[in-house]
Design a protein around this ligand. Structure first.
Ligand code: AKB
Length: 323
């Protein structure tokens, strides 16, 4: 008999949270999922079960866990790489203390998912097929906080047996939601801007190769690692997760080709790198994710062509220009 989990998601209004929440509701039923965030959800998401939660508010966190008899937490709330640089101490507090609050509560028997990131790596690792155990010398406070978080996860697992599982997400691209505050955000913005205005000015250089993943693959990976038997999870820091890698110029070319196939007016692309280029340049080009493939069967499905076609299939000519 399968037991329905009782799930709490922190940071549920974010790019991944909104899509993960829908996937978890589809898998386990709407009653199984409690979404939380520091601000109220946008109107189109108000139908789902929701509670306000600041992850730094321990009494509130504990009360929600108890009141809803939660057994699984997807701890998504975090300040990302670009936004994190504006207030490093606040980023550390939200990302590290917030995680510690969840891990401490998890000693009572909760299962936890913790999203890590390619930002844990700095410029001194092999950039291609970066191994899981490459040295972690991150260049941003976001990367520092996630590297520390990975070690806290392994520590809580080793010391108190907390079943915490983690993935190092690359940049996530999806049609369902908009990113906010990241360095890889350009790869989603480009679609919305091109559909809204016919042009896009990218804040990275055209040749900046980065690891990315399509949202559908990222969500499937998250569900798969959480469903895997506990003894198959051999890394309790975090697993590298590779979907595909591309540069802004390669994405732009694929978008242009797809627009031509759809008889749309040719788009215009410009490049004006800002401080985010320095962050991107410190990250790997691609990750070696053989441990994820070996331990719980990870297999990406979306390449660049499939990603671009699916984005256009879903966004069509909708005009939703991000702020
Ligand atoms: C960011 O750009 O900060 C995130 C990430 C790669 O973790 N998308």
């Amino acid at each position: 008999m399968t037991v329905t989990p009782r799930i709490l998601i922190t940071g549920a209004n974010g790019q991944i949270g909104t899509v993960l929440a829908a996937a978890l509701r589809a898998a386990h039923g709407p009653a199984a999922v409690l979404c939380t965030d520091i601000v109220a959800p946008p109107p189109d998401l108000r139908a789902s079960r929701f509670a306000l939660l600041d992850v730094l508010d321990v009494p509130r966190l504990k009360a929600l866990l108890a009141e809803h008899q939660i057994d699984t937490v997807y701890h998504l709330s975090a300040v990302l790489s670009a936004r994190g640089e504006a207030d490093p101490r606040r980023t550390w507090e939200v990302n590290v203390t917030g995680l510690l609050n969840v891990l401490e509560a998890a000693r009572e028997g909760l299962k936890v998912f913790f999203p890590s990131t390619i930002a844990v790596f700095g410029p001194n690792v092999p950039p291609d097929d970066t191994p899981d155990d490459a040295v972690l010398n991150p260049s941003t406070v976001y990367g520092m906080s996630k590297a520390a978080g990975e070690n806290w996860c392994a520590y809580y697992h080793a010391r108190w047996g907390v079943d915490v599982r983690s993935l190092r997400y690359p940049g996530v691209v999806g049609h369902q939601s908009l990113p906010g505050g990241g360095t890889t955000d350009y790869a989603v913005e480009i679609f919305h801007q091109v559909l809204a205005t016919g042009s896009y000015e990218c804040f990275l250089t055209p040749d900046q190769l980065l690891p990315m993943i399509y949202m559908d693959d990222a969500i499937r990976a998250t569900l798969e690692i959480m469903a895997a038997p506990a003894d198959s999870i051999r890394r309790r820091t975090s697993y590298n997760l590779q979907g595909l890698s591309f540069t802004p110029a390669e994405l732009a070319a694929e978008i242009e080709g797809e627009m031509q196939r759809r008889a749309m007016a040719p788009p215009e692309f410009r490049y004006r790198p800002d401080f985010r280029q320095g962050i991107a340049a410190s990250w790997p080009h691609s990750l070696d994710d053989h441990a994820a493939r070996r331990d719980w069967g990870w297999q990406p499905r979306f390449g660049l062509r499939e990603l671009v076609v699916d984005m256009f299939d879903h966004l069509g000519t909708r005009v939703t220009c991000p702020a």
